[in-house]
Write a protein that binds this ligand. Sequence first.
Ligand SMILES: Cc1ncc(COP(=O)(O)O)c(C=O)c1O
Length: 408
Amino acid sequence: MSHDSHVETRAVSHGEEPAPETGRGDVVSPIHLASTFALPALDTGLSLEDVDPARGEFLYSRLSNPTRHAVEQRLAALEGGTHGFAFSSGTAAINTALLATVEPGDHVVAFDDLYAGTRRMLEELFVKRLNVEVSFVDATDTGNVEAAIREDTRLVWMETPTNPLMKLCDIGAIASVAHEHGALLGVDNTFMSPLCQRPLALGADLVAHSTTKYLNGHSDSVGGALVTDCDELAESLGFLQQVALGNMLAPFDSYLLLRGTKTLPVRMRQHEANARRIAEYLEDHEQVSRVLYPGLESHPQYDLAREQQTGFGGVLSFELDGDIDDVVAFLGNLEQFTLAVSLGGVESLIECPAAMTHEPIPREEREAVGITDTLIRVSVGIEHVEDLLADLDRGFAAVDATHQSPSP
Ligand SMILES: Cc1ncc(COP(=O)(O)O)c(C=O)c1O
């Protein structure tokens, strides 16, 4: 299939070849569970490089597996890259990206508002154990990234929008700055999915995903992905994934991801339509002090969002005008939104970052960046939006009820 086809078409079928053993071929890829594959004969000249999954050749499933190969092809096609890799988690993908690009003594510039797990990975593993230096900067201003870049900077690592503050950074401008200084740019595109943002087309060298989120989309599989169009980088990533770390995605999860990506375009459209309605509803609500959603004109980087994104996604945050007891009452009375970490599934999830995902960060640090006790993050699902709005009404009514003076 051509890379020129539309994203909706690539999402449905790219990477899945009909299997000849079932007459005219399976319409969907079977799940290949085999850990090893029979060779036709002993070929004394056989080397790993001779085995080509693109020709339907497989040797051992850690190296390559037909189901994983199919999904890796599709992930690459969706992000507009030439090499795709599927991992056992988003964390494994990011860890592999870092190991492929930096060595002890190197310097990394990273957004100071990264996913907490990535920040901990950088601090606890790369800084403390692997002697890599990391400068965390407010990348909403590209000038801060440029000021932090040094001669030994090998990698710039970004997320946009960030979690849960929905801050953006300018991928194209940061790519130019990184490249001028001989550094690579990696972007974690989990929040947007390739439907809403294509970092490679904007100049990034590497894109990472927690496929656990939108790409799989059904909250039933943990996985990760990397996509690049750089052959040299792909070689390092392949070595780490298949030889040194063995942190690849298993066949069953590869199948789930392959299946999930088919509906990504339709899901994303519904996530976004619902998120927009909810963001507007919250913006008008007297019990809400601020709403953070890049699709609202009130977002401080709305213009950048319109420029570099092709959609606004389904995650938003808002601040309840009250205290932590109000948050407890609000969350405790919702019936449709599930109180849970994670995001990007078809069902609506809600969480309080200060008490859940970002609880390990000291309070002063949290509050200094704007993660207050009453900040609530929502991953808007694809349910009927009127049911979601009715549920939020229920939550706000419960907060009101706690403020009524007890009857005499
Ligand atoms: C933006 C982002 N990147 C990476 C990860 C890590 O992914 P995983 O949980 O699949 O390891 C997450 C998980 O929440 C995330 O939100």
